[in-house]
Design a protein around this ligand. Structure first.
Ligand SMILES: Cc1cc2nc3c(=O)[nH]c(=O)nc-3n(C[C@H](O)[C@H](O)[C@H](O)COP(=O)(O)OP(=O)(O)OC[C@H]3O[C@@H](n4cnc5c(N)ncnc54)[C@H](O)[C@@H]3O)c2cc1C
Length: 459
């Protein structure tokens, strides 16, 4: 528990209505999407960078850990107060400060919800591509801190590709500006990129300058249903190998489809064993041509049925299927581990075969879906924690999934980050000198180790 005098200081900084140590509130901020639970001692809701700086200065003086949190939708435990301490929530910093239609740049506070920002720029004919499936609730600050990806990233790149500059409160409570508004800039180290994907361990992002694109004229969404997982996986590498980069290339296997069917009533032919959701965008002629090319490429790979959306509503229906996956899996099987390995795109079929072999070896269901066009597969190990031995089996299977991804030239995480869930596995991917280099950065910036301790590194 926080000492009453510390609680009083927090009240003075953010106002007494914006700090709480009530049990119910502490419980609300004790979890994320990983099903772990760590109770904070207090939760604060600052209004601006200056208040955040004061909280961090006090935390350094008193050696109290602080855990930045946006919407708490992370899949690696990044926002969880693993050692107790203060959870600092950014949801009051929720303003879109400006959208500059001449320079195609926007400036926002970190608590803005991703989809609300996308909708605001689209009204002006502009486009912010990164679209994590959590976009209805995730915050832009959380997206930057995790360098979030999403279906459209296969064509447009990930969050860091759209971040021009940041305002950051350093772990010791200084307010700094990184980058700027220009499309180029090479003065000093690229601190903006360092912050992207730093998982709340190197500073608290309080302002984000974002690069925008013109909104594509049109898009075409297709649901292609295959009679085998291998056919769909080969479809991914065949499309990319055919030198077409669609806007999205999402994959779901039969077990994922079954969970979605049970949860949402989705209708699919009995022969459906996997689907790809493929979208192309651009001018109308280009997308018609690309859609035809794609359908020709996948046709010999066991296509059972193709559904091409004719209206925006039909396109949204197809996307609803994809966005409901996570919740559907959870509904059917509440105990699951969602890992997000990423392999070179041509190795997607090999990775799927490796996962199937691991599932068979451990006699444990593993469900696959995800951004296959990026080689980023969400491998969901499904267990029932109440069954003795299942948790241990799952942990072994997860380690083998990571080893398989690395063997194929991939990575343990394409977009969910390390958090506390993957920190034990870090040495599998990074050599010791690289880990030492990273820890040296963390130590230099946060000598008291108060900002989001217990994340990325085990110690
Ligand atoms: C259903 C579902 C679907 C998802 N789909 C995707 C997907 O397609 N792609 C993808 O990449 N992720 C996905 N995610 C994971 C998650 O939504 C993303 O990681 C998202 O970026 C987290 O945003 P958040 O606001 O919830 O951040 P939180 O979970 O609150 O925090 C995530 C990390 O960011 C840090 N952080 C938050 N705000 C700040 C800040 N202002 N300054 C510094 N650090 C900060 C936290 O300390 C933590 O380490 C999904 C999650 C769910 C539940």
């Amino acid at each position: 528990m926080l000492e009453p005098r510390i609680f009083k200081i927090l009240q003075e900084i953010v106002g007494s209505e914006n700090v709480t140590a009530e049990d119910a509130d502490r419980l609300c901020y004790s979890y994320d999407a990983t099903q772990q639970k760590f109770l904070p001692d207090a939760v604060v809701f600052p209004a601006d960078a200056e208040q955040i700086a004061l909280v961090l200065k006090m935390a350094n003086a008193e050696k109290i850990p602080v855990f930045p949190r946006g919407a708490g939708s992370g899949f690696s435990g990044g926002s969880l107060p693993v050692t107790g301490g203060i959870v600092l929530v950014t949801t009051r910093l929720d303003r879109i400060l400006r959208i500059d239609t001449e320079n195609l740049v926007a400036e926002v506070q970190p608590g803005v919800v991703t989809e609300q920002f996308q909708q605001a720029v689209e009204k002006l004919g502009l486009f912010y591509p990164p679209d994590p499936a959590s976009l209805k609730f995730s915050t832009l600050g959380g997206n930057v801190a995790e360098c979030a990806g999403g279906p459209r990233c296969v064509k447009y790149g990930v969050t860091k590709d759209y971040i021009l500059g940041l305002q950051v409160v350093t772990p010791q409570g200084d307010i700094i500006k990184t980058g700027g508004e220009t499309m180029k800039g090479v003065v000093g180290y690229d601190l903006t990129k360092l912050m992207c994907g730093s998982e709340g361990t190197l500073g608290i992002i309080t302002r984000i300058t974002i690069k925008l694109l013109p909104l594509p004229e049109a898009k075409k969404t297709m649901l292609v249903i295959f009679d085998s997982i291998d056919g769909a996986a080969q479809g991914v590498s065949a499309i990319i190998g055919g030198k077409i980069i669609p806007t999205t290339l999402e994959f779901m296997d039969a077990a994922t489809l079954e969970c979605v069917r049970q949860a949402t009533g989705l209708q699919l032919p009995a022969a459906a064993k996997a689907v790809l959701i493929i979208e192309v965008d651009g001018d109308k002629e280009l997308i018609e041509r690309q859609a035809q090319q794609i359908l020709q490429i996948v046709a010999p790979l066991g296509v059972v049925e193709t559904r091409v959306a004719q209206t925006a509503a039909e396109s949204e229906e197809i996307w609803k299927v994809r966005r409901s996956v996570s919740a559907s899996l959870r509904k059917v099987n509440p105990d699951k581990f969602n890992e997000d390995i990423c392999v070179p795109r041509s190795r997607v079929p090999d990775m799927i075969r490796e996962v199937e072999a691991i599932a068979t070896r451990h006699a444990i269901p593993i469900v696959n879906f995800g951004h296959a066009g990026d080689g980023n597969i969400h491998v969901n190990v499904m267990i029932d924690r109440k069954v003795p031995g299942q948790l241990e089996k799952a942990e072994k299977a997860i380690e083998e999934v990571f080893a398989a991804a690395l063997k194929l030239g991939g990575t343990m995480s394409g977009e969910h980050g390390v958090g506390n869930t993957k920190s034990p596995y870090l040495p599998m991917e990074l050599d010791p000198a690289a880990v030492t280099y990273m820890k040296a950065i963390k130590r230099a910036l946060d000598p008291n180790h108060i900002l989001n301790p217990g994340k990325i590194f085990l110690d």
